[in-house]
Design a protein around this ligand. Structure first.
Ligand code: NAP
Length: 246
């Protein structure tokens, strides 16, 4: 990963932060992007203290101009963009469809799906200029199946799979590979709002008998971002402790 530049959105916490650490250990120039300035900057300090290369750039992924500015920052700072991990996302409102607020629906679609279009649009433009790259979109097991109470989240995550496949059809011949990662439930701050009972129920849905760890997902992200996955494009990779096997 030496001399490779990677953008990781939602990089200040959970799966994104684990990916930041892994890419930094592998020698990449890492642009940590998040709305959480405090934790984003803390992580950059941690990486630099370990002789890694990282910068923080505050971005709200639901605002197209900020996504464009993020790509420009990466190119201006490190000269090129090689890898992008579109990871930022929210759980959002949890309610059955008839009770879901229009604002709740729109917020999740905006942060979890519209952001992916903005990301792909500007990242692909930059990668075309340097002859290729790899984009890893973080969806979910709920990009393959539904989950009662999570209509907007599941619709957004299914949408990411469609965007990934279409982008791969459009740009694989231009040497830009685009894949999606679908984690099962992972023990991150995203699940902090859940009661212990709800967490136990979630654990029981995974044949492996536990929630996943951010680091386990980050290993798959790293592989897809690297040249080791050179024949992989347009695919959806669940990493889910067996959740989708039921
Ligand atoms: P997390 O720990 O909550 O981290 C997400 C990060 O994204 C946080 O730093 C959050 O900031 C930031 N963020 C939220 N809204 C943003 C916005 N509009 N623009 C930029 N950054 C924003 O979540 P995670 O569990 O690591 O999830 C990462 C990705 O994996 C998400 O796409 C999620 O849907 C997906 N995923 C997670 C699980 C799971 O069980 N954890 C399972 C499947 C898929 P704040 O903390 O300030 O909000």
């Amino acid at each position: 990963m030496k001399d490779k530049t990677v953008i990781i959105t939602g990089g200040a916490s959970g799966i994104g932060a684990a990916a930041v650490r892994l890419f930094a250990i592998e020698g990449a120039n890492v642009v940590v992007s998040d709305i959480d300035t405090l934790n984003g900057n803390k992580l950059v300090e941690e990486i630099r203290a370990a002789d890694g290369i990282a910068s923080f750039f505050k971005t709200d992924v639901s605002i197209p101009e900020e996504m464009e500015a993020l790509v420009k920052f990466a190119v201006d700072t490190y000269g090129r963009l090689d890898i992008a991990v579109n990871n930022a996302g929210i759980g959002g409102e949890q309610s059955p469809i008839a009770d879901m607020s229009v604002e709740g629906w729109q917020k999740v679609i905006s942060v979890n799906l519209n952001s992916l279009f903005y990301g792909l649009k500007y990242q692909i433009s930059a990668m075309l200029k340097n002859g290729g790259g790899s984009i890893v979109n973080i969806t979910s097991i709920l990009g393959a199946v539904g989950f009662a109470g999570s209509a907007a989240y599941s619709a957004a995550k299914h949408g990411i799979v469609g965007l990934t496949q279409t982008a791969a059809l459009e740009y694989s011949a231009k040497n830009i590979r685009i894949n999606a990662v679908g984690p099962g439930f992972i023990d991150t701050p995203l699940l902090d709002a859940l009661s212990p009972e709800m967490k136990s129920q979630l654990i029981a849905m995974h044949p492996i008998g536990r929630l996943g760890k951010s680091e386990e997902v980050a290993e798959l992200i790293l592989w897809l971002g690297s040249e080791k996955s050179s024949f992989a494009t347009g695919s959806y990779y669940p990493i889910d402790g067996g959740y989708l096997s039921k």
